[in-house]
Design a binder for this molecule. Structure first.
Ligand code: NDP
Length: 241
């Protein structure tokens, strides 16, 4: 898949899966505009891969819209930024719930709106990939806010797919299982918990960021021209186990 001359907005490109998506896109000829939070990551992205990097806290709706507009015009959009806080359902706080929904659900809506408006205005086609999680399909203990935020994101993906396809813009969701990134360390560093999860993955390992990035690039590409509105697990068979 070639992305020569294409501009791709990648949120959360500072670390983990988003970083790998940005790297892979640059290797395949794309110009990447990264939207991410930490200043050190912004500097590294500019230095290492020549990405245009915009520093923004995606929990802030106004700042997110401003950053999205500054990132345009773009051919493709990957909403990858995500965050989690582990709390049992009975102890889930309103503050944590709102924070997770703001970053995992509301920010993809805001960035998606500005991206799609710009394409429609210029009569150009495009594609969006929203990075969800297997956590939107199942209930994972201590992940109430996270599961809810990703379920909300899936609903958004499906409406985007219906409303934007007539304008030539496809939207799909990618659902990783545990993937070896800084976020996974936060949720899966307990060896007993990790072993229990691993046992349910028929291919016998957790995902690497590149496993997810390859699928994201496919869904953006013209090779996936007839793929719209799907929720694609990238989980080594976890969902059928
Ligand atoms: P990481 O925590 O490793 O990286 C997340 C990236 O998103 C970081 O660059 C982070 O920046 C950025 N980000 C988070 N919050 C904000 C914010 N408020 N504003 C701007 N940027 C922000 O996560 P992963 O790479 O593991 O996850 C990527 C996506 O994949 C997420 O949507 C996640 O939910 C999903 N996913 C991950 C799985 C896993 O096991 N790793 C499994 C299933 C889904 P900073 O560090 O500066 O805050």
């Amino acid at each position: 898949m070639e992305f020569k001359g294409k501009t791709v907005i990648v949120t959360g490109a500072g670390k983990g899966i988003g970083r790998e998506i940005a790297k892979m896109l640059v290797e395949r000829g794309a110009h990447v505009v990264a939207l991410t939070r930490s200043a050190a990551d912004v500097e590294a992205l500019r230095g290492e891969s020549g990405c245009r990097a915009i520093q923004v806290d995606l929990a802030d709706a106004d700042a997110t819209r401003e950053a999205a507009i500054a990132a345009l015009p773009a051919d493709f959009l990957v909403n990858c930024a995500g965050t989690t806080e582990l709390q049992p359902f009975l102890e889930t706080t309103v503050e944590a719930f709102d924070r997770l929904v703001a970053v995992n659900t509301r920010a993809p809506m805001i960035v998606g709106q500005e991206y799609a408006r710009s394409l429609i205005k210029d009569s150009r086609q495009g594609a969006i990939v929203n990075v969800s999680s297997v956590a939107s399909f199942i209930g994972i203990p201590d992940h109430a806010a996270y599961c809810a935020s990703k379920g909300g994101l899936d609903g958004l993906t499906r409406v985007m797919a219906k409303e934007l396809a007539p304008h030539g813009i496809r939207a799909n969701g990618v659902h990783p299982t545990v993937t070896m990134t800084p976020m996974a360390v936060k949720a899966w560093s307990d060896p007993e918990k990790a072993a229990g999860m691993m046992k349910r993955i028929p291919v016998g390992r957790f995902a690497e960021p590149a496993d997810i990035a390859e699928v994201v690039l496919f869904l953006l590409s013209d090779e996936a021209a007839m793929v719209n509105g799907i929720s694609m697990p990238v989980d080594g068979g976890y969902m059928i186990a």
